[in-house]
Design a protein around this ligand. Structure first.
Ligand code: AMP
Length: 303
């Protein structure tokens, strides 16, 4: 009798929460260091070294799987893992059904079609009937379809840039970050097929499961770290009469903090400025009469 009562009072346990939340990240490649840094800056403690394929966070219910990035979208789709940090280019090339939760602001690159500098191909239409070498055949085919062009797509797994020199392709479609590789191989960009950066993706079912709470907690931490990175905290002194001009310049979160100073005709203003408009705002503040400008990095920003 007693045993039965205890069993009935016990909360229902579903299998899905018995295991930890799992996130896949690139094992070794362009995104690996930035991904590990983002996770660590977001307060996660874990080991990541050498040939490790798996790591358990010491302070969060999270397992990290180190995988080949090409495999990651399918693993997320098939629920081998709940989350992943992977290039948007890899997600777009695969046909895996995953949900993009957040753009992460690193691994920024473009998937571009490029041709040899002295090529007669000067427009997208002139790709008609030509051969394009790429590691992204699905995206190239989609692009050609949208442009209503008929061209050959040659799939290669690496060293795409060398194919025009070997006379086996007329054009290439590859990722471009700084453009150095294209210049090295004497290629020029014809057009951009896709803009890409690292993204956080999730398995569709995991988002509706008992893991949702942990996913939201992790997402809040990542967003706080990213927002802090994208903004600076600025403190300026200014004459009181300049306040309307300065308030109009400072974007702030809602509005700037305004503090009195010992001198009655002066005030101090504190505000958060987005990194991408930072220098522009500083120059305008100086012109508006601001002085003693102090800029400090933000550790975390929770909105
Ligand atoms: P870059 O010389 O900086 O333009 O980089 C081009 C080379 O790096 C090409 O071989 C690309 O395939 C590779 N690459 C650039 N950005 C990325 C990225 N975000 N993810 C993976 N590979 C990349």
């Amino acid at each position: 009798m007693t045993l039965l009562a205890t069993k009935q009072q016990r909360p229902e346990r579903t299998n899905e929460k018995v295991r930890n939340l799992k996130i896949a990240i690139q094992k070794s490649g362009r995104l690996t260091d930035d991904t590990i840094e983002l996770l660590r800056k977001s307060g996660l403690e874990f080991d990541a070294y050498g040939s490790r394929l798996f790591s358990k966070c010491r302070n969060f219910n999270l397992e990290i799987l180190f995988l080949r990035d090409d495999d990651i979208p399918e693993y997320v789709q098939d629920n081998v893992c709940d989350l992943a940090i992977v290039g948007a280019n890899i997600v777009a090339e695969s046909s895996a059904k995953v949900t993009i939760l957040e753009k992460l602001g690193f691994g920024i690159c473009r998937l571009c079609i490029a041709v040899p500098k002295d090529s007669k191909i000067n427009s997208v239409a002139q790709l008609s009937g030509k051969t394009i070498a790429t590691s992204y055949p699905n995206l190239v085919r989609k692009f050609l379809e949208e442009e209503e062009l008929c061209a050959g797509v040659m799939q290669v797994s690496g060293s795409v840039e060398i194919t025009p020199t070997l006379n086996i392709a007329d054009a290439v479609c590859d990722l471009v970050a700084t453009g150095t590789t294209l210049r090295t191989y004497g290629l020029r960009i014809l057009t951009t097929v896709l803009e890409s950066e690292a993204v956080l993706v999730a398995n569709v079912q995991s988002l509706q499961s008992a893991f949702r709470g942990d996913i939201d907690r992790l997402l809040m931490r990542l967003r706080a770290t990213l927002a802090a990175r994208r903004n600076k905290y600025v403190m300026v002194n200014a004459p009181l009469e300049a306040l309307p001009r300065i308030k109009a310049i400072l974007p702030g979160l809602d509005s700037p903090t305004i503090l009195p100073l010992a001198r009655k005709d002066m005030i101090a203003l504190h505000a958060v400025i987005p990194e991408d408009v930072f220098w522009d705002v500083i120059e305008r503040l100086k012109k508006a009469g601001a002085s003693g400008i102090l800029v400090v990095p933000i550790e975390k920003m929770i909105l």
